[in-house]
Design a protein around this ligand. Structure first.
Ligand code: NAD
Length: 496
C-alpha cells in the first residue's frame, strides 16, 4: 500500500488535511494507496519551488539537461516491469498494454534525450551580407502539466520530457484516478537527482488543485490533456492571463472508414483493436465504424463474431484482451449512453452491460455494446465521446457520404481508412478533419516522433509529442552585424 505524498522542491512532503483512496478497478477490495488532497498552500509551495529552480535549470547546457533525462530513462527501464504491473492494477488496462504504455513513455524521454545534441534553432538569411541572423529557442518558465487517467505514465512524460529539456520547470498534477504511477515516477526523479524543484507533483482534485494551477499567474504555460469540457474551461481562464500559452489535447469521436474494396479481415481486426483496447478508454479509440454498404454484411458479421470472442477479465492475465473500466461513475456513464442509443432507435447487435460472475463482481467490467444505425445528424451517441466499449456501425453508400459522416462531429482527432485504393485514401487524407490519420491500421498506436493533436474540439492546433517544442519554447530572433557601418534592410537610408 502506497502512502502517497506530494513531491515539492525535491522532497516528498507530509501534508495535513484530507486524503483520498485509490483502489484497483478490477478488484475494489484492493486498496492501492492513500493520497493527500492538496490545498492552496501546497500549490503555492510547488509553484514557488518550480520558480526558484528555474534560473539554475535553464542556465545548464541543453546537453546536460538531456543527460539527466537519459539517467531517468535508465531508472525507468530498470523499473519497467514493476511500473507496468502497478499501472495495470491502478488503471485497469491489460498488462500487455501497460507494458506498451511504459515503453511509450520511455520512448518519449529517449526521443527528448536524442534531440539534446541537435540544433535548437536555425541560421536565417539576411538581406544584408554582413548580417548573421539566428532563430534561437528560449525556455518559458514554470509549466503546469495536468493529465488524465487513461495514460498515467506516457502522457505525463510526453509533456514533462520536452518541457524539461528546453529549460523549463514543472508543476505536475496527475489525475486523482491514477496517483500511484505518478508517485513512482517522482521516486525515479528523486533517485536520478534532477535538481530540487525542477519537477514538482501535487495530488488531488481537478477543482482544488488543477484549477488553481491554471489560474496561477506564475505558471506561464499550461499543458493539459483530458476532456473537451475541462479543456475549454482551461482555455477560457488562460485567455484572461496576459502571457499565458495553453495547449490542450482533448477527446475524440474517431472513426474507421471501411471502403468497398477493403480487405475485410484487416478492417475487422483494426476495428476491434481500435474500439475495445483499454475498454474503449483511449482518446484515439474508434467509436464509429463507417462502412460501405457493399462490404457491410460481411464486415458486420465478422466484427460481431470477433467481438464476442475477445477475452475480458483480470488485467494482469496477459491472455485477456482488455480489463475493467476505470470507476463506477465512468461505468454508469457508459451504460447510460448504451440506453440512450436504444432510445434513439439503433439496431442493437451486442447488448453490452455489466459482466457478472465471481471474476467480475468486485470490479467494473463491461461487455461491448455494438449497434448499427443510419447516419443521423441529430443523434447524440454518434456525436459525443462515450469513452467506453460502445461502438456504432454506420452504413454509407459511397466515399462522399463516408467523408460527410466522418466530419459530422465536433471532434477531429483520428481517422483510419481501410482500402486498397490509393486515390480514395487520398480523398480521405485531404478532406476528413483530423490530427492523426492512418491507412489500413487501427486508430490507436501513435508514436512519439510524430505530432499528436486533434482538430476542432479535440485540440488547440498545438500538437504534442515531437512538436511540443513549439509550445514550451519562445522563438527569438538574434541578429549580429559584422560590418563597420550600419546597413538597414528594406533599403532604408541611414544618412545622419
Ligand atoms: P478530465 O478532463 O476529467 O481530467 C483531466 C485532468 O484535468 C485530471 O487531472 C483532472 O483532475 C483535471 N481537472 C478536472 N477538472 C479540472 C478543472 N476544472 N480545472 C483544472 N483541472 C481539472 O479527463 P479524464 O476523465 O481524466 O480523461 C479522459 C479524457 O481525456 C477523455 O475525454 C479523453 O479523450 C481525453 N484524452 C485526450 C488525449 C489526447 O491526447 N487528445 C489523451 C488521453 C485522454
Amino acid at each position: 500500500m502506497i502512502q502517497g505524498k506530494n513531491f515539492i522542491g525535491g522532497e516528498f512532503v507530509n501534508t495535513k488535511g484530507e486524503t483520498f483512496e485509490k483502489r484497483n478497478p478490477a478488484s475494489t477490495d484492493e486498496l492501492l494507496g492513500v493520497f493527500p488532497l492538496s490545498e492552496q498552500r501546497d500549490i503555492e509551495r510547488a509553484v514557488e519551488a518550480a520558480g526558484s529552480a528555474y534560473p539554475q535549470w535553464r542556465a545548464l547546457s541543453r546537453v546536460r539537461r538531456g543527460e539527466y533525462i537519459d539517467h531517468l530513462v535508465q531508472v525507468l527501464k530498470r523499473e519497467k516491469e514493476s511500473l507496468s504491473t502497478l499501472l495495470s492494477r491502478e488503471q485497469g488496462k491489460s498488462i500487455t498494454e501497460a507494458r506498451a504504455e511504459v515503453t511509450e513513455g520511455i520512448h518519449m524521454l529517449q526521443y527528448v534525450f536524442g534531440t539534446s545534441r541537435m540544433p535548437f534553432g536555425d541560421v536565417v538569411s539576411s538581406e544584408i551580407a554582413e548580417k548573421d541572423s539566428f532563430m534561437r529557442r528560449k525556455p518559458k518558465g514554470v509549466i503546469g502539466v495536468i493529465t488524465p487517467w487513461n495514460f498515467p505514465f506516457a502522457i505525463p512524460l510526453w509533456l514533462i520530457g520536452p518541457s524539461l529539456l528546453e529549460g523549463n520547470t514543472v508543476v505536475f498534477k496527475p489525475s486523482r484516478e491514477t496517483p500511484c504511477v505518478a508517485q513512482k515516477l517522482m521516486e525515479a526523479v528523486q533517485e536520478v537527482g534532477i535538481p530540487l524543484g525542477v519537477i514538482n507533483m501535487l495530488h488531488g482534485s481537478g477543482e482544488k488543485v488543477g484549477m488553481p494551477i491554471v489560474r496561477h499567474p506564475k505558471v506561464v504555460v499550461l499543458l493539459f490533456t483530458g476532456s473537451a469540457e475541462v479543456g475549454q474551461q482551461i482555455r477560457k481562464v488562460s485567455a484572461e492571463l496576459p502571457d499565458r500559452m495553453c495547449a490542450c489535447e482533448m477527446g475524440g469521436k474517431n472513426a474507421i472508414i471501411v471502403l468497398d474494396d477493403a480487405d475485410v479481415e484487416l478492417a475487422v481486426n483494426a476495428s476491434v483493436i481500435s474500439a475495445f483496447k483499454t475498454s474503449g478508454q483511449r482518446c484515439t479509440a474508434a467509436s464509429r465504424l463507417i462502412v460501405h454498404t457493399r462490404v457491410l454484411k460481411e464486415f458486420q458479421k465478422r466484427f460481431v463474431e470477433t467481438t464476442k470472442r475477445i477475452r475480458i477479465g483480470d488485467p494482469l492475465d496477459p491472455d485477456n484482451f482488455t480489463g475493467p473500466v476505470i470507476n463506477e461513475t465512468q461505468m454508469n456513464k457508459i451504460l447510460q449512453y448504451n440506453e440512450l442509443a436504444k432510445k434513439e432507435g439503433v439496431e442493437v447487435l451486442l447488448g453490452g452491460g455489466r459482466l457478472k460472475g465471481p471474476q467480475y463482481d468486485k470490479g467494473y467490467f463491461l461487455s461491448p455494446f455494438v449497434y448499427r444505425t443510419k447516419p443521423n445528424p441529430k443523434s447524440v451517441v454518434l456525436k459525443e465521446e462515450v469513452f467506453g466499449p460502445h461502438v456504432a456501425i454506420i452504413p454509407v453508400k459511397d466515399l462522399e457520404e463516408a467523408i460527410a459522416v466522418h466530419n459530422d462531429t465536433d471532434y477531429g482527432l483520428v481517422v483510419s481508412v481501410i482500402t486498397e485504393d490509393y486515390r480514395k485514401a487520398r480523398e480521405i487524407r485531404e478532406r476528413c478533419e483530423y490530427g492523426l490519420g492512418y491507412m489500413n491500421l487501427p486508430t490507436i498506436g501513435a508514436e512519439v516522433h510524430l505530432p499528436f493533436g486533434g482538430a476542432k474540439k479535440s485540440g488547440t492546433g498545438l500538437p504534442s509529442a515531437s512538436t511540443l517544442i513549439d509550445v514550451v519554447t519562445h522563438r527569438t530572433a538574434w541578429t549580429v552585424n559584422h560590418a563597420r557601418e550600419i546597413k538597414m534592410a528594406q533599403g532604408m537610408g541611414v544618412k545622419l
